[in-house]
Design a protein around this ligand. Structure first.
Ligand code: GLN
Length: 497
């Protein structure tokens, strides 16, 4: 089947065109951006039950027409007409940016985030925004003012979080690719729990300008896709220096999905601390991945990162204080919905009480506490020291290994409601991902298999971690595993083009 045929096929065959297929078909005039947009809108409508999409972009048709006009003028557009969904904490002019919070009800963004600008410049069409845990705080997309997103593999289960809408949308192929943000695992963990690829770039590699801040020293925007090639395609568009983000890095790069040849000679370290407490399906997927790597000429050995045992504690003691400070701006005076009060302070208090959900309020309180005088040294400053030790653990391991590997999550998708009453159980879901953010490193989750739970096939992900600025290596590695059949995004039944 040609790219164009698969791009426009109306069957429910268990395959789906990649973003690269679609861009090629548009560039070859076999289909149009407008046709692809209509297809995405129809799939979003048909999959409304998933609650993956929070709003549509009223300017999408105009973007499709503009992309078409540029093609007709002879421009080459790497993402020609590719429909893309953005997590609802990424600004796109004229769209709602709610962060899935009541406090931002009615807020329409007046400007584009740098990532949005880059996507549109490359010919993509922003179809709409995706559901998330409120302000990115969660691992299940249940703490959303719009209600939970469902996992297309089992709608009784969560898609992971906080970029659960972006992950569910790509898993169900509403759009071939989407953007999420990753502060402590929010691209990788939902990618794993829905069976797609997710990349958390090196901190500073992709601009944060226009991403609503959760914890600024950890936040990064990352792509989700159904193939390693699409991650490469997106990263070639997204990565790059941005003077509007003070932490942006000058580090030009060329991304491509690798082949099995790219794997030969790599030294992979399996993080010993991540081998405990995993479900049998997660263990099997990791074992299968390691066998495939060995077969392709990779050296695989265990390595210890002792300080990562403290990563969750350190992460939450850094993320919450940063969040408490970042979220101070939401007081109803400038953005979103304002509650009346006897005076300005009364109005601010009422706005924040009514506007923030319980998890966000908990984090603002804990974060403020950890920063307050008398407690700062005991909590925040100590967590910063642990952060340094974790970074040193990684640096030591990278003297002997090119890449490290862990499960992305110790378990596949859990049931909705299973962890909502126990915040510590929810925080523990991040055990494999948060250390990477503390160290600022790039990491990828690849769909590595399935675990059957209560008669349902649930996807399992494996995570690879590389030294700073070696994001390209991770995408090559993912491509190699995909070519070997050891990583594969499968379509859940009932979805697809
Ligand atoms: N689950 C983690 C948290 O709640 C990570 C979230 C994220 O990466 N945005 O903070």
């Amino acid at each position: 089947m040609s790219a164009a045929q698969s791009a426009t096929a109306q069957s429910s065959a268990a395959q789906s065109p990649t973003a690269a297929d679609l861009a090629r078909a548009v560039q070859a005039r076999e289909t149009t951006p407008e046709t692809l947009l209509q297809g995405a809108l129809a799939r979003i409508e048909a999959a409304r039950d998933l609650n993956a999409v929070t709003s549509l972009n009223p300017g999408a048709a105009a973007q499709a027409q503009a992309a078409q006009a540029r093609l007709e003028a002879g421009e080459q557009l790497p993402l020609a007409g590719v429909p893309v969904l953005l997590k609802d904490n990424i600004n796109a002019a004229g769209t709602q940016t709610s962060c899935a919070s009541r406090i931002l009800a009615g807020y329409v963004s007046p400007y584009d985030a740098t990532v949005t600008e880059r996507l549109v410049a490359a010919g993509a069409v922003i179809v709409g925004k995706t559901n998330m845990d409120e302000f990115g705080m969660g691992s299940s997309t249940e703490s959303s003012a719009f209600g939970p997103t469902l996992n297309p593999w089992d709608t009784a289960r969560v898609p992971g979080g906080s970029s659960g809408g972006s992950a569910a949308a790509v898993a169900a192929c509403l759009t071939p690719v989407s953007l999420g943000s990753d502060t402590g695992g929010s691209v990788r963990q939902p990618a794993a729990l829905t069976g797609v690829y997710g990349l958390k770039p090196t901190y500073g590699r992709v601009s944060r300008y226009g991403l609503v801040a959760y914890a600024s020293s950890l936040d990064v925007v990352g792509p989700l896709a159904r193939s390693a090639g699409d991650l490469a395609l997106l990263m070639n568009v997204l990565a790059g220096y941005d003077p509007r983000d003070a932490t942006s890095l000058h580090a030009p790069a060329q991304f491509r999905a690798g082949t099995p040849d790219d794997l030969r000679g790599l030294r992979v370290g399996v993080v010993r601390e991540s081998l405990e407490g995993n479900t049998p399906g997660v263990e099997a997927a990791l074992r299968g991945t390691l066998d495939a790597l060995r077969g392709a000429g990779v050296t695989v050995q265990e390595v210890s990162l002792p300080t990562t045992a403290h990563a969750i504690a350190a992460y939450y003691l850094i993320a919450m204080p940063e969040a408490s400070s970042n979220l101070a701006r939401f007081d109803g005076m400038v953005y979103g919905a304002r509650q009346p009060g006897a005076d300005v302070e009364g109005s601010m208090t009422a706005t924040r009480e009514a506007g923030f959900g319980r998890e966000v309020q908990r984090r603002i309180m804990l974060g403020t506490y950890a920063l307050s005088s008398g407690y700062y040294d005991a909590y925040y400053s100590k967590a910063m020291k642990v952060r340094r030790l974790i970074a040193e653990d990684f640096a030591r391991a990278f003297r002997d290994y090119d890449v490290l590997v862990t499960p992305t999550s110790p378990f596949p998708a859990f049931r909705r409601g299973e962890k909502t009453r126990d915040p510590l159980a929810m925080y523990a879901a991040d055990v494999d991902t948060v250390a990477v953010n503390l160290a600022g490193l790039p990491a990828i989750s690849v769909p590595a298999g399935f675990e059957t739970v209560e008669g349902k096939r649930l996807p399992v992900g494996v995570q690879f971690i590389a030294p700073a600025l070696q994001d390209e290596l991770l995408v090559r590695l993912a491509g190699g595993l995909e070519a070997l059949g050891a990583a594969r995004a499968v379509l859940p039944e009932g979805y697809g083009v």
